[in-house]
Design a protein around this ligand. Structure first.
Ligand SMILES: O=C([O-])CC(=O)C(=O)O
Ligand SMILES: [Mg+2]
Length: 388
């Protein structure tokens, strides 16, 4: 077998929403399709990948650096020993050839996007859902039949008042979610306090609400919010300070006893390891949000999970950022604590298969080969558009 073509494109997901750090008026994503000469159900197997929201499309890096390396490689060097399927680890190493260590950033998004498409193809060639393939290869065959998911939204939006915010959150509860997330830090503390209290009226209990500051706060502001938020008993307090300011995160833990979450903007095993070494996070309550689709893909995420284990952290403490089906498969197949979901934003990339509703805060996965993009027809249509 061999790769016969690799296509990539940039797709808009712009919207008028805003978090504490950026607006999404120009947001876009990269999409990749890897085409193989393996025939399943009468057609060549095609694997699909995309990066998740929050980082822009990486078309230049993908087309100028990473795809040429794959095209120039000996085709057999990209395959498993049996030569009957792609090998994601060998493909990853080929893409990373002649890259210096450190400075993990945008190239991690580019490689993560291609890596997702490769895993999708690998599982399709094996004729299995990706979660099943991952469980068989790395988790003694154990699959979680349902995965905890929470509804992320609550963005700042022009003209959005407290009633509109409450309506949004009520909609998530009606869809079957039990935990919702909203943005903070994009308004003064008093205004955010009123927003939090408005949402608490809808969800009823503090442990059904997470808040996300998107790395906006300096230490004093992070502590001021910690003191204001602690009495509510929230599900978590996310990304208070700059993602690389491990000292801030560690100091904040001295002022906030409840759960915190962070890591969506750390893009390598090494950066994740620094957070674990220096960030003062507590493995009995805090949450890790590394998102493979932004951080060199699942090949690197497997390294991160190994690192966590060596540091005494359970994979159950991971609830990845990004709200995509790739992390949902990883959660089910490798025993993570759950996954993010965006029922309302970043469509058609946010959300899961159309026929798997969320029930009591948990979602099941479709029994289709690969990641499950074919079970999400609006997303599948976008993906088909780049190679059909
Ligand atoms: O607003 C964003 O960039 C997304 C985000 O932080 C999250 O989903 O946690
Ligand atoms: Mg976040």
């Amino acid at each position: 077998m061999r790769l016969t073509a690799i296509h990539s494109a940039t797709v808009p997901i712009a919207s008028p929403i805003r978090n504490a750090y950026i607006d999404f008026s120009k947001m876009n994503v990269s999409v990749v399709a890897v085409v193989t000469d393996v025939i399943r159900d009468g057609a060549p197997v095609v694997g699909y990948g995309f990066n998740s929201n929050g980082r822009y499309a990486q078309q230049g890096l993908i087309t100028e650096r990473f795809l040429p390396r794959l095209r120039e490689a000996d085709p057999a060097s990209l395959l498993n020993d049996a030569g009957d399927n792609l090998d994601p680890h060998r493909i990853w190493a080929t893409m990373f050839a002649n890259e210096k260590p450190g400075g993990h950033g945008e190239r991690s998004v580019a490689i993560g996007t291609v890596d997702m498409a490769v895993w999708d193809a690998v599982a399709k060639i094996e004729g299995k859902p990706l979660y099943r393939l991952l469980a068989d290869r790395y988790n003694d065959g154990h699959v979680d039949e349902r995965v905890f998911v929470y509804a992320a939204g609550g963005y700042y939006y022009p003209g959005k008042d407290l009633t509109a915010l409450q309506d949004e959150m009520r909609k998530y509860l009606d869809l079957g979610y039990t935990v919702v997330k909203m943005k903070i830090g994009g308004a003064p503390l008093d205004e955010d306090r009123a927003r939090v209290e408005a949402v608490l009226q809808v969800v009823g209990r503090g442990d059904r609400l997470a808040v996300d500051a998107n790395g906006r706060f300096d230490l004093d502001t992070a502590i001021a919010y910690a003191k204001a938020l602690e009495p509510y008993g929230l599900f978590w307090y996310e990304e208070a300070g700059d993602p690389l300011d491990y000292a801030l995160q560690a100091e904040l833990a001295q002022h906030y006893q409840l759960a915190m979450a962070t890591g969506e903007n750390l893009f390598s095993m090494q950066d994740a390891r620094n957070l674990i070494r220096h960030g003062g996070l507590r493995s009995d309550r805090d949450w890790l949000q590394f998102d493979c689709a932004l951080s060199y893909g699942l090949v690197e995420y497997l390294r991160t999970l190994r690192m966590l284990k060596e540091h005494g952290w359970s994979a159950r403490r991971c609830i990845p950022h990004g709200g995509h089906q790739m992390s949902l498969n990883i959660a089910a197949g490798l025993g993570l604590g759950g996954n993010e979901s965006y029922p309302d934003v970043f469509q058609p990339f946010g959300g899961f298969a159309d026929l798997t509703p969320v029930v009591d805060g948990y979602v099941t996965l479709p029994d289709v080969p690969g990641i499950g993009i074919e079970a999400k027809p609006r997303l599948h249509a976008v993906m088909r558009g780049i190679h059909a």
